[in-house]
Design a binder for this molecule. Structure first.
Ligand SMILES: C[S@@+](CC[C@H](N)C(=O)[O-])C[C@H]1O[C@@H](n2cnc3c(N)ncnc32)[C@H](O)[C@@H]1O
Length: 237
């Protein structure tokens, strides 16, 4: 199976519908933003922004600085622009992180890259390019696949809902349950079919790639995203 732009273009249409309700993803974004500790006026790049869920979360927290979202999937770009249409300080661009000219990317106070690296042909150059666009003292936050046992995600979602959801949320959950089961099934099949093409990086590997660019790690979690992801937050000197 090709795991390129065409795949993401179809997948994003489902992703944009389900992910805003998916608890492990929201928890990942909240963990990332809590530890990145950026000012509300910071300039931000979201590299591989998908339908704009991290940008939405930032805005919900009162962010006022300029935000640039990059993604190569036309449907991701369309979904992000639609979701963020009311905000003038946000620009979403359709670009391929692996072939774009990073020299023309404006320098930023924070660069985020959530759940994208594992699917790239060659992730390390993208980490180096992203680092090169950080202002002094800027923050790079990356999460990526560390454990392809993606069944853990849907199980974590259901566990959280059982323990914490209000009655109304549980009713909505029952209505959406088929969607999450289908998403879990799809992700598992995709992971199996494409495992040879995935870059599965544990926390140590992600940290060593990030540190090799000269950044200082300030937060790391090898069991983020319900135990399927490594999350690293690092700062430029
Ligand atoms: C699993 S989604 C994650 C989206 C978003 N970061 C989030 O956490 O909701 C992966 C995203 O990476 C994008 N992507 C994958 N390879 C890319 C590339 N080479 N250049 C730009 N975007 C890419 C896909 O189109 C997709 O939107």
């Amino acid at each position: 199976m090709q795991f390129g732009k065409e795949f993401w273009d179809v997948y994003t249409q489902l992703y944009a519908l389900w992910m805003p309700h998916f608890v492990p993803h929201r928890q990942l974004l909240d963990e990332l933003l809590a530890h990145a500790r950026i000012s509300k006026h910071a300039s931000v790049i979201d590299a591989g922004c998908g339908p704009g869920l991290l940008i939405t979360r930032l805005l919900e927290q009162g962010h006022e600085g300029p935000i640039y979202g990059y993604d190569f999937s036309p449907s991701a770009v369309e979904a992000a622009r639609k979701r963020l249409a009311d905000y003038a300080h946000i620009a979403i661009e359709q670009v391929d992180l692996e072939v774009m000219d990073w020299n023309r990317v404006p320098k930023a106070d924070a660069i985020f890259n959530t759940n994208v690296l594992y699917a790239l042909k060659d992730p390390e150059p993208v980490v180096r390019h992203a680092t090169s666009r950080l202002k002094p003292g800027g923050v790079l936050a990356i999460s990526t696949l560390s454990n392809p046992n993606v069944d853990l995600l849907v199980r974590a979602h259901h566990r959280w809902t059982r323990l914490h959801a209000t009655l109304e949320q549980r009713r909505a959950e029952r209505e959406q349950q088929w969607a999450f089961e289908l998403m879990g099934l799809m992700n598992t099949q995709i992971a199996r079919a494409t495992q040879a093409r995935f870059h599965v990086w544990d926390e140590a590997k992600l940290c060593s790639v990030v540190e090799s660019t000269g950044l200082c790690i300030q937060y790391r979690n090898g069991a983020a995203y319900a135990g399927t992801g490594a999350l690293v937050i690092a700062r430029a000197q």
